[in-house]
Design a protein around this ligand. Structure first.
Ligand SMILES: NC(=O)c1ccc[n+]([C@@H]2O[C@H](COP(=O)([O-])OP(=O)(O)OC[C@H]3O[C@@H](n4cnc5c(N)ncnc54)[C@H](OP(=O)(O)O)[C@@H]3O)[C@@H](O)[C@H]2O)c1
Length: 427
């Protein structure tokens, strides 16, 4: 049986679960994975306090692990970018494989790290960096290797999805849904990277590199978070047959790759619309086979540790090398070119001719109106205003922004027009 000598850096939520699983499930891993894991050293700056196991070599200086000659593979689960980058580059230069759960590290330094790994003839496993315990990286690398991926669309941030589900199912406000997520340990005390879309956008850039063989380039991912979504929008979406989800999207068309992560209306007939609470899901559409969908827990110590250990087993069995930018015909571009239908919600003065004026503005910009809903004001304070919701035909991001600005310039339209994408699905 193969033995892999592991050095673990970080003993927090994920690191603790990796250690626990390697110790408690060693027999299962030998039977199912065919690998014996030897935990050579654990780097934890609080030492024994966070590593309550006998007979483990603990260091409070994490660099010791990256340079330890007995370590075959360094598991990086400290998070953050700068120190993680230092540890990982040191380990790679020392000829060690690396397994990381760190999407921010891969999204920002992936090209350099994979080049370094290749030069040193070692592997980097990063299954846990996207969708936690759901093996989407493996699906792209292995299961779909014989297909040409056209697009993917995924719910990749559990915190955002939990908040949207709470708002939709219980009519909670954004603030109280976020508070509940924090109480349940599903959101960090500073949840900004989750709710402003950064986390999902980083994951989308990692998936795009794998799906379309382009370099990692987070700077070309356009994204927005879920902060703008109000209960009213969820209500109108429902009336129109949609749910609102935060969707990470990547698409290849005419050798151009566009990657984005936006609040998006998703048809209630689709599987993605059914993904609730903190769960993750990814739909991958490939030429020839159509859609495959992967669903499961996107975070949590145990699911994430499961993905980390799956990478360790793969590495013990020879691994795979990732050839960055292996299809140099495909080019990554900012997602401004992506065409999608849009949802607009406007608050307008309730006076004759307003709808005609709005319709002609759409006409002037050569944009079709696919659906329009108009409701009376709900509150007594707002008697003279009405809500209007319009679904446009397919337009680019630039056209969508231009249209929003033009609508807000109309004297009858209140500022703060809401605008969300609509996911077209199969093509
Ligand atoms: N939690 C999840 O569900 C999940 C899911 C997928 C991916 N991930 C990724 O997994 C990684 C770890 O997440 P986590 O939830 O386990 O975080 P965590 O609970 O905060 O654990 C991080 C650990 O790293 C240590 N650490 C952080 N910075 C350090 C530094 N500069 N020097 C030395 N030690 C340092 C911390 O030490 P102290 O305890 O002393 O602060 C802590 O033990 C992150 O990249 C995260 O994005 C997490």
């Amino acid at each position: 049986m193969k033995t892999l000598k592991v050095g673990l850096c970080g003993a927090g939520n994920v690191g603790g679960a990796v250690l626990r699983t390697l110790i408690q499930s060693s027999q299962l891993l030998e039977v199912q994975g065919g690998v014996h894991f030897d935990i050579v050293q654990v780097g934890a700056r609080r030492g024994k306090e966070v590593v309550p196991y006998e007979g483990i070599n603990i260091t409070t200086n994490l660099e010791d692990v990256a340079t330890n000659p007995d370590v075959d593979v360094l598991v990086e689960v400290i998070g953050g970018v700068n120190f993680a980058y230092e540890l990982v580059t040191t380990a790679l230069k020392e000829g060690k494989h690396v397994v990381t759960a760190n999407k921010a590290l891969i999204a920002s330094h992936g090209n350099e790290l994979f080049t370094l790994a290749k030069e040193n003839n070692v592997e980097i496993g990063f299954e846990a960096s996207v969708a936690g315990g759901t093996p989407v990286i493996k699906a792209l690398r292995e299961g779909l290797v014989a297909t040409k991926v056209k697009w993917f669309a995924g719910i990749l941030n559990g915190t955002s999805n939990f908040i949207l589900t709470e708002m939709e199912s219980n009519q909670s406000t954004f603030e109280s849904a976020l508070e509940k997520a924090q109480e349940l340990g599903l959101a960090e005390s500073d949840p900004s990277l989750d709710i402003n879309g950064t986390d999902a956008a980083q994951k989308a850039s990692i998936l795009a590199a794998l799906a379309f063989h382009v370099p990692f380039d987070f700077s070309l991912v356009s994204f927005e978070g879920i902060e703008e979504i109000e209960l009213e929008d969820l209500g109108y979406a429902k009336e129109l047959g949609y749910s609102i989800k935060h969707i990470a999207h990547g698409e290849l068309e005419n050798n151009v790759v566009c990657v984005s992560a936006y609040p998006t209306l998703v048809d209630n007939e689709t599987l993605l619309s059914q993904v609730g609470k903190e769960m993750n899901a990814l739909e991958i559409f490939s030429e020839g086979i159509g859609s495959t969908v992967y669903y499961g827990p996107g975070a949590g110590p145990e699911p994430t540790a499961s993905a980390v250990i799956a990478d360790l087993v793969d590495i013990a069995k020879g691994g795979w090398d990732l050839d960055i930018n292996s299809d140099d015909q495909n080019k990554l571009e900012v997602s401004d070119r992506k065409r999608a239908a849009r949802y607009y919600r406007l608050q307008v003065n309730d006076e004759p001719g307003v709808i005609a004026k709005i319709s002609s503005l759409f006409g002037d910009q050569n944009i079709s109106i696919e659906a329009l809903i108009q409701h009376e004001a709900k509150s007594k304070e707002n008697l003279e205003s009405i809500s209007v919701v319009i679904i446009s035909g397919e337009i680019s991001n630039n056209e969508a922004v231009k249209l929003k600005n033009a609508l807000e310039d109309l004297p009858e339209v209140f500022s703060g027009v809401k605008k969300f994408r609509i996911h077209a699905g199969e093509k």
